[in-house]
Design a protein around this ligand. Structure first.
Ligand SMILES: C[S@@+](CC[C@H](N)C(=O)[O-])C[C@H]1O[C@@H](n2cnc3c(N)ncnc32)[C@H](O)[C@@H]1O
Length: 192
């Protein structure tokens, strides 16, 4: 199966359709990471942004959803479909130092992003620099030990063990982990 990190083998409308099918994961991510009314959430690598709207609904007008997404086409795809007062999407490479006005983040989500990244280490280093002691960091990825009926080819997936070890190297402490539907697993981290 063809796979390109920049997703040009699929196109953003197809990525959007696939996100819609995986929407039930948001319920579980919300429970795991405490995505609730009034919080500030940073979503890294939001793609066409279907999950941003689901987060925005949960968080409500007292909270904020900020997204950093590397692809301008993905950002434009989101803006074509949505216009929510509590969502701000910034075209930004999360492997570069983050905008200075980003602060006081309660939850940082990295869902299905790291297998598209050029440097997982660079992203996690920046996330660590941004996180406070109370920030919960949720990583969710396709599981290389699953069947491979959906999602990227097994050879392009990152194992939970590998991510655990990169996260520990970057100074994170694991506070939760588990397998999920849709061939996913999650790691919940905080600053060590
Ligand atoms: C498969 S999509 C995942 C979208 C969404 N998070 C989800 O769970 O469905 C991966 C996204 O990560 C983005 N991405 C990859 N590397 C990135 C980086 N360094 N900074 C910001 N976004 C990045 C890609 O452009 C793509 O939109």
């Amino acid at each position: 199966m063809e796979f390109r990190k920049d997703l040009t083998h699929l196109g953003w409308e197809e990525v959007r359709n696939r996100q819609k099918k995986r929407l039930p994961l948001v319920e579980e991510w919300a429970r795991i990471a405490g995505i609730e009314e009034g919080i500030t959430l940073l979503d890294i690598g939001s793609g066409p942004g279907v999950f941003l709207d689901a987060y925005s609904e949960r968080i409500g007008e007292q909270g904020r959803v900020i997204a950093l997404e590397k692809s301008m086409e993905a950002v434009q795809s989101y803006l074509r479909h949505s216009n929510r007062a509590n969502v701000k999407v910034v075209c930004w490479d999360a492997e570069q130092p983050y905008p200075e006005d980003l602060r006081d983040i309660d939850v940082i989500t990295l869902t299905d992003v790291l297998h598209h990244a050029d440097s997982i280490q660079a992203i996690l280093r920046n996330v660590h620099a941004l996180a406070s002691a109370n920030t919960r960091i949720l990583i969710s990825e396709f599981d290389p030990d699953a069947e491979g009926r959906i999602g990227p080819p097994l050879a392009h997936r990152i194992s939970m063990g590998e991510l655990r070890s990169v996260a520990a190297t970057q100074g994170f402490e694991g506070i939760g982990e588990g397998k999920q539907d849709f061939e996913h697993y999650f790691l919940l981290l905080r600053r060590g």
